[in-house]
Write a protein that binds this ligand. Sequence first.
Ligand code: NDP
Length: 486
Amino acid sequence: MNAQPTASHFIDGAYLEDETGREIVCIFPATGETIATLHSATPAIIDKALASARRAQRQWARFTPVERGRVLRRAADIIRERNEELSQLETLDTGKPIQETRVADATSGAEALEYFGGLAATLTGETIPLGADLAYTLREPLGVCVGIGAWNYPTQIACWKAAPALACGNAMIFKPSELTPLCALKLAEIFVEAGAPAGLFNVVQGYGDVGAALATDPRTDKVSLTGSVPTGKKVYAAAAEGIRHVTMELGGKSPLIIFEDADIENAVSAAINANFYSTGQICSNGTRVFVHESIEDKFIARIAERTAKAIIGDPREDATQIGPLVSKSQHEKVLGYVEIGRSEGATLVFGGDIPKGLNAQGFFIEPTLFSGVTDAMRIAREEIFGPVLSVLTFKTEDEVLERANATEFGLAAGVFTKDIARAHRMVAALEAGTCWINTYNLTPVEMPFGGVKQSGVGRENARAAIEHYSQVKSVYVAMGDVEAPF
Ligand code: NDP
């Protein structure tokens, strides 16, 4: 199997290599095979990326908004035409099942480009009458934006950052996670094909040090990170040194609350999606499943019954529903949390093992459910980022609300109930950036997405993202004479 790209980086409209950079070995998570070897960016590569992005940004800012929108929409069309090829690459890069990547990755990226491509021509300022005088505002780009991505959704993350950035007239340098370096390179090719100026979207590979170098360079105007809270703290602090704009999309430990009147089948479906989709590697997952004590047995019986039928296997197979985790270290981390759950006294209802009969070099783990979980346990407090669902029970609305909010995270939350007043009362009081009523983990581009508390700063998607990729210039226009005291 070979997914070797032409070169490691894509800068100024073309592939570029510098083999003196540290090696990045890209592994197919289902077999442990090496599928590509790349090199981390050297200072010379970083310098080229920044210089070309600055040049391209000035050129891009001269495009009319309609022209900018057209380029983004063309890029979306190309992505849709190549969805199969891009989905297969995403599956190799991440290990996510092809049945997921065909519908959730390149297509989600295309939607972001369509949405922001459509918005590009509507981004205007306002006029402010001031008696005889007037003021107006101009909505201007920030300049060069750096995007730093996590490994779970490499195409989607690159598009969710690039689409609003480019729509507002910025250039972007994107650094993928070193675990999934391949997909963003394809996006860079597509932007050029769609008519973007060379250098408008550059991809540089690297480890954390490359992200840090980009985040602190004086030529960088904004940093948008998708990653963990500890990395977010570092990148936020680094960006603050230069008073740079930031968007931080960080981790979570989100509550999914299921009341006694909920439709159980729908609640089970949501809990499955919220814990086992993408082998549990989703930031907004509802990993603390609070189930009303009166329905716990029924809920657990149904989720066990349905999960027993899940097809775990090679993610390239059409039938596979659960693939491996992304890497050896993530595999060890998640298996470690299963051990922690056991030793803390939670009841392992199903899963927790490496599934039998699959490639032993792959990073597979069974979908796992713990019951009898208490708020103090580490499996209920820490982000695991794997298919580990914790069931906690509750008695009253006030109690579950207080417990759901008792976390430093605030990315997402879900409520299942047929009582419409209770549903709205709950979401009003839940400390989370994104809430779902009677569903979970739907993130259409039309709806803002992001966290509160330590889960993040800023919003991606929807019109809200425009605020984070543009700045307002105020212009006062005097019509009369200038008065002065002397
Ligand atoms: P990390 O925080 O480890 O890394 C995120 C990115 O930051 C990687 O590209 C990483 O490079 C880079 N990086 C690491 N250190 C620095 C630094 N000092 N300066 C600049 N860049 C740096 O996250 P993971 O890749 O492990 O992804 C999992 C995390 O991402 C989870 O916590 C998850 O919740 C979160 N996430 C959040 C989402 C959201 O939208 N809120 C969506 C998806 C994931 P390298 O990989 O080379 O270390």
